[in-house]
Write a protein that binds this ligand. Structure first.
Ligand code: HEM
Length: 133
C-alpha cells in the first residue's frame, strides 16, 4: 500500500469524505439565501421609501438567485434530490422576476402593481422552496 499524498490529507480534512460536494452545496445554498435577502430586502426597503424604482440590490438578487439556483439543481445530494417539477416551477418564477427587474431597471418609476408583483413572486418562490417537499 502506498502512503497517501500530503495533498490528499488536506483535501480530506477540508472537504470530508464526500470529496467536497456537500461543502459546495452548502456554499451555493448560503449564497442563494444572500441573493434572496438582496431581492426581498431590496424590494421592501425600496417600497418603503415610496419611490417605486428597481434598485441594484434587487437586480443583483435576481441574478444571483438564477445562477445559484441552477447550481443547486445539480444532483449534489447523493439521492434525495428535489422534484424536477419543483425546480422548473422555481426557474420559471425566477426568470419572470428577472425579466420584470432587468427591463425596468432604468425607469425612474414603475407601476405599483409591477413592483408588488416582484415582491409577491419572490415570496411565492421562497414558499415553493420551503413547503414543496
Ligand atoms: C427569486 C428566486 C428564488 C427564491 C426567492 C428562492 C428561495 C429559496 C430558499 C428560501 C431556499 C432555502 C430552502 C431550504 O433550504 O429549505 C431555496 C433553496 C433552493 N432553491 Fe431557490 N429560490 C429562488 C430561485 C431558485 C431557482 C431559479 C432555482 C433553480 C432552478 C432554485 C433552486 C433551489 C434549490 C435546488 C434549493 C435547495 C433546497 C431545496 O430545494 O429544498 N431556486 N430557494
Amino acid at each position: 500500500m502506498t502512503a497517501p499524498r500530503r495533498a490528499d490529507y488536506y483535501a480530506a480534512s477540508l472537504m470530508g469524505e464526500d470529496g467536497g460536494v456537500e461543502a459546495l452545496r452548502l456554499i451555493l445554498l448560503y449564497v442563494h439565501l444572500i441573493g434572496f435577502a438582496l431581492l426581498l430586502g431590496g424590494g421592501i426597503a425600496q417600497y418603503l421609501t415610496g419611490r417605486l424604482r428597481i434598485n441594484a440590490a434587487m437586480l443583483w438578487g435576481a441574478v444571483i438567485q438564477i445562477l445559484t439556483g441552477l447550481g443547486l439543481s445539480a444532483p449534489l445530494r447523493d439521492g434525495d434530490e428535489p422534484a424536477p417539477a419543483k425546480l422548473v416551477t422555481k426557474l420559471v418564477l425566477a426568470l419572470l422576476i428577472f425579466v420584470m427587474v432587468f427591463f425596468s431597471r432604468k425607469r425612474d418609476a414603475v407601476n405599483r402593481g409591477h413592483f408588488l408583483a416582484i415582491i409577491g413572486l419572490t415570496l411565492v418562490n421562497a414558499a415553493v422552496a420551503v413547503f414543496w417537499r
